[in-house]
Ligand binder design. Sequence first.
Ligand SMILES: [Zn+2]
Length: 889
Amino acid sequence: MKPWGWLPLLLQLGLMWPLGALSEPQLRVFVVPHSHMDVGWLHTVQESMQVYVTNVYNSVVEELTLEKKRRFIAVEQEYFRLWWDGIASDGQKSQVRQLVAEGRLEFVLGGQVMHDEAVAHFDDQILQLTEGHGFLYETFGVRPQFSWQVDPFGASSTTPTLFALAGFNAHVISRIDYNLKKVMQDTRELQFVWRGSRSLSVQQEIFTHVLDQFGYCSEGFNWDGEAIFPGTSPNDMYLQMQIPVTKDNIQIFTSLLVRNALTRATWFRTPHVLWPWGCDRQFFNASLQFTNMDIVMDYINSHSLEFNLSVEYATLGDYFLAVHSDQVSWQVRDHRDFLPYSLDMHHAWTGFYASRSGLKGLARRASSLLYAGESMFTRYVLLAPHRFLNPAWGLQQLQQLRWAVSEVQHHDAITGTHVPRVGDMFVEHLSTGMEGVHNLMSYIIQDRFPAHSGPEPGGHFVVVYNPLAWTVTTIITLTVDFLKVSITDESGRPVLAQVQPSKEMPSAYDLYVLTTIPGLSYRHYSIRPSRSSQEKTGEPEPFVAKTMQFGGRLRRSARQVGGNLVPVNNDCYIVFLDLDTNLMHSVWERQSNRKVYMTQQFMEYHVKSDVWKGSVSDNYVFTPSGAAEPAWEAVRMEIVEGPLVTEIQQYFYRKVNDSEPTFAIYSRLARGPQGSDGELLCHRIEQEYRVGPLELNREAILRTSTKLNTGRVLYSDNNGYQVQRRPYRDYKSNTIARNYYPMVQSAFIQSRRSRLVLLSEQAHGVSSQGNGQVEVMLHRRVVNNDPGNMVVDLTLNDTSVVQPMLWLLLGSRALTSGLRQRSRLALQHRPVVMLREINDRKHEPKADLRRVLLRLQHLYEVDQDPVLSRPVTVNLRVTCPSRVLLRHL
Ligand SMILES: [Zn+2]
């Protein structure tokens, strides 16, 4: 949560007293003790363990054991497991088992973290849930029944679907649009049955509870004060400790709680009030908490007729059982989500869709590598004999990366809403985990082919693994030190390749190699410098691409007449570049024989940064001071043409005299063989960007403007899982920011006849601010003078250069809906390129290799495609060897 954001809460608590409330039937107030423990936000995991997490579990277990009526819900499994594995004594462990068995300590959610819902991919959400649930099942034999997604910044409809599939009985969310929450309170619609998936509909519905305007914090009932981190000054603390409850002041506490409960009761349809007790980093001294609250609750219960309510400690299970027993029939909500999230009229939390873009990219690359490592390990080690590799060591490498990828799904991690120091921790955990899995994959290769002699001095031995289950034809890029090379495959046959000067390193070369790899398989290539000229040896060499240079063009003097076009083509598209502007002019899509006018440029939002003049942009919030403006004065273009790939390089200069461009687009059209999976390769315009470093308080976008009549309707995905329709809405204020949405993997705009699809390899913000337009927020650098943010160093002074990638698909709706799902997977799970490496393995641990987890997903939503959307039956007995144990998620 944001510091200071809820300070007005105390005022509201005191002021509200609904006159009609006393006529309600007697209420049961379920006081649910909890501690919100962010897995990295202002402090690292290690610091948090030292300062409060350990004390939370130590003291909660002790206090629950002392008094039978007390309850607690435990949420973030990463912390619990660190405590359980590294700190808890045998005595504490048996106490925990007892408390869990009696239902007094309840694990809710059960994931490693409370995952973000806007920018996290659902593969990763499943991963982090599986990690936590597996531990709970193996350790306690329990499976969580209730979710507790009370802090993520907006609610996606993937989550209820996922939790219904995981067997949850109820789902709790909190942060939804302020206006909508008010309406839902007034109409008593904070509880409903959510059918989160259009395709699964009634099969996977879940009872959903939206926390009311008080959220998950119970201000005024915090007796253990603030956990003190080293270096914290008293001024930095935002949770003030309450004075202890005494005979003299008990009525202040009781009336505060009673009034609050009666107010809340008016917003719900059953006489049961869910009263979350706790907040961020609470219960590190559970004794102080419970002993004071015991007095308050005993007092209320001894006057329950007078107050017209009773209070009790409860778990979520206790509360939902009571609600369920009332047999109310509930409204049904369809697949629409609760994004974007606005805290109020002036604070649209749509900035975090693009905050720390570099980390968002790293998180997804780590996830893809893990996916590849898991399948390679299963196929080549677990299910087949291996000679030298210790599988237990291999599992350790995978486990390390599973933890790191799970951790970064936390709602202050992949969102970029953490302090820089904590960001370093996420990067370190991901990098270490990736290195381990890279090593593992290299070992597997070596283990399979130890006799292979490898390359000659100065050359490379390259292995390329296809993590997808189908045959992929694609182009991989390698960097080599020499222009004249010879590349052969595993049979010694020459391979189709193209070489050109590297964009990144002046003395190196990019080598493009065409490859076709069967599903879950790998190929290897040998690359060596050519010893002599082609004529002498007869060895074919890669084609050297031709570079055409076009001079710079000034933005202000550009004439957009389209009279001077240069075409770049492959078998699916012709891209026309306008030589008067050096910008894209149009794209002709061959299959439907249709030309779409389309241009692209980098623009920037200048953002508000003076908190004394109103709301500002920060890690969470996007507050532009006006419409986006072009971010460049000149653009230079080169076209590098070859038989395999033609690359259009556009360099955008912020100022005419700048020596380095701030922005670049590298657009590639590939020419692969027809047939098999070459269809996907042909039907994409691959674009890689280079953005940054940005000037202060700028948010950079790539705007693609077309002449498609789209009515400003945008389509964007929820977590890579399903598509949401996003019509443009006008608001009294903040209209630009409130029309921003997360794009985790894909977005598109369409006219009646054509659709332009953007596929991304990481999360971004996306919006359609004008007819025929789609813009992607690629990077943010914002620093404001908000005292709350400054005290905790919650700034976004991100001076990095980011290099995200998009694939553009253009065509009829029928064509693109068939291609979009397979292409997004092809982008996410591109072949993994490995140079053969050998390192020492030091550990020889033991492992349980009896179990394989298999996930199956239908790629197409209902009605998306007449053929591809049909239900599919998979016979697992045929698919899997008998020794593999299947577990359904
Ligand atoms: Zn949080």
